[in-house]
Write a protein that binds this ligand. Structure first.
Ligand SMILES: O=P(O)(O)O[C@@H]1[C@@H](OP(=O)(O)O)[C@H](OP(=O)(O)O)[C@H](O)[C@H](OP(=O)(O)O)[C@H]1OP(=O)(O)O
Ligand SMILES: Nc1ncnc2c1ncn2[C@@H]1O[C@H](COP(=O)(O)OP(=O)(O)OP(=O)(O)O)[C@@H](O)[C@H]1O
Ligand SMILES: [Zn+2]
Length: 444
């Protein structure tokens, strides 16, 4: 891009949000080129290991992503991240819903004392970071002439929307076939004090396509947002948690959502929140975004209990999983995974990692009442219960490339989650029958 951002421009960028790895700032200045944009900046320095032999990837990762030459040739990991958005995620999820953004490199660094704006004094930003991703602000619409309708947006981190059915799931872990990973993980997070309350959100409800079940899912997200649900009004957070922690039972709400919605939803007091949740359901169903997301999540057909063996084939190390488990009844099935060709193993692990990205991404949907001046380039949705029409746009965010060397972590975390859940389910069963039914049932 032509424009050089200088240190004094930092005042034009305001804090928008953050996760574990990135901080996001939104532009509030007067440059038309940057209006409606956010910068996504890394919080922590990239590991030295990210720069093996001048490439962002290790030799095994270069093998894994070899069909995407542009990725493999990236000199840095964050440049690869942008290319991953453009060349892998966008074709899978649809370019209409993936903003590949623009990769900014600090080429002007230290020239004439000018420094890039992402060196702003925001808390925890990596001050040595040389790159940032310039994206559209998906929490609001671009401001146009005669267009000052308020906009409201939501951010949902839906997590995994299906139950695994891989034959490689060990018998002792059979519970994974009937209880969602989200529900089991909640129990572990609660035990580890990562969350102070167990969420009733069930991803299977959200992905079900049934209006009633989707409403139930959204109501649970609204009641216990954690890091799975946020609401923004004209770009400012009004419900949910800002900033990287999974626990947000303390909601940051300046005003009551019901009141905030007065300028958006035409319904009586006490009904607006419900109507708003219905509006989200309409937009999700009409856009088909979650159906598409689910299809990509389902690329994980082997489950981590199968994919981990393919991983060891690729890295040419003895499989610690087979070694730990020894020769039980499952040995032959796993063994068949160790006789797969390198190509077959690469495909299994690549699909697993793509699926991991989309099990962890978030969906932002932004709405504004459709006025006479509405830009017809946006999709519209009808909220039958109030008779209103809304413009909306739906985008996936946080579609980060997951590193190959996370595979062992995935396996260990999976086993930890299921072991803990099986244990409490067993304890509950021996204590009281009701608890037993609740723990073994996926319907909250
Ligand atoms: O493993 P999970 O399901 O807990 O997902 C992690 C997320 O935890 P949560 O959604 O709170 O359960 C976790 O989210 P939080 O940091 O807890 O907000 C990250 O998104 C993490 O990805 P990465 O390491 O930043 O690439 C996520 O790791 P990945 O598994 O997606 O690599
Ligand atoms: N394009 C965007 N428009 C508006 N807000 C955004 C955009 N991208 C990110 N955000 C906000 O910034 C927050 C942090 O961004 P993001 O999820 O990409 O960070 P992260 O560190 O990668 O997260 P995680 O911990 O899940 O890995 C988001 O939760 C969202 O509220
Ligand atoms: Zn093995």
């Amino acid at each position: 891009m032509d424009q050089v951002l200088e240190e004094r421009d930092a005042a034009d960028w305001v804090y928008r949000g953050e996760g574990a790895a990135n901080i996001v700032v939104a532009y509030t200045g007067s440059s038309p080129a940057l209006a409606g944009k956010v910068l996504r900046i890394q919080k922590v320095p990239e590991k030295e290991s990210n720069f093996i032999h001048g490439s962002a990837f290790s030799a095994n990762e270069r093998l894994l992503w070899k069909d995407h030459k542009e990725l493999v040739l990236s000199p840095t990991r964050d440049m690869a991240a942008q290319l991953y958005l453009e060349h892998v995620m966008s074709p899978l999820l649809g370019s209409k819903h993936v903003d590949a953004g623009e990769f900014l490199e600090a080429v002007e660094e230290n020239i004439n004392g000018r420094r890039p704006v992402w060196r702003i004094n925001a808390a925890k930003v990596n001050r040595d970071c040389k790159h940032a991703l310039l994206l559209s602000d998906h929490s609001c619409f671009p401001r146009g002439i005669m267009n000052d309708e308020p906009c409201i947006s939501i951010e949902i981190k839906p997590k995994c929307g299906f139950l695994p059915s891989s034959r490689y799931i060990a018998k002792r872990n059979a519970i994974k076939r009937s209880i969602t990973r989200f529900k089991m993980h909640q129990a572990l997070k609660f035990h580890d004090k990562e969350v102070s309350k167990i969420s009733d959100y069930d991803p299977l409800d959200l992905f079900s396509g049934s209006k009633d079940r989707m409403y139930k899912a959204l109501k649970a997200l609204y009641d216990t947002p954690q890091n799975n649900f946020r609401v923004f009004m004209d770009g400012s957070l009004i419900l949910g948690d800002l900033g990287g922690s999974a626990d947000s039972t303390t909601r940051v709400i300046g005003e009551n959502l019901e009141d905030v919605l007065k300028s958006i939803i035409q319904a009586d007091d006490g009904l607006r929140t419900r109507r708003f949740l219905e509006l989200i359901i309409e937009a999700v169903r009409k856009s088909g975004v979650l159906d598409r997301l689910l299809d990509v999540q389902k690329l994980d057909t082997y489950n981590i209990e199968g994919a981990i063996h393919a991983y060891y084939n690729i890295v040419s190390r003895p499989c610690i999983v087979c070694k730990e488990l020894g020769e039980d009844g499952w040995f032959h099935k796993r063994n068949s995974l160790h006789s797969l060709s390198l190509e077959e193993s690469l495909k299994i692990v690549k699909d697993f990692l793509i699926s991991a990205t989309v099990k962890d991404c978030s969906l932002m949907i932004c709405f504004r009442p459709r006025g006479a001046a509405s830009d017809s380039s946006f999709s519209s949705v009808h909220l039958e219960s109030t008779g209103q029409f809304f413009d909306y746009k739906a985008f996936f965010i946080d579609l980060d490339l997951k590193p190959l060397d996370k595979m062992e972590h995935y396996y260990k975390l999976d086993q930890k989650i299921v072991r803990w859940y099986t244990q409490i389910a067993r304890d509950e069963c021996s204590d009281k029958r009701d608890g037993c039914i609740e723990l073994y049932s996926n319907t909250n």
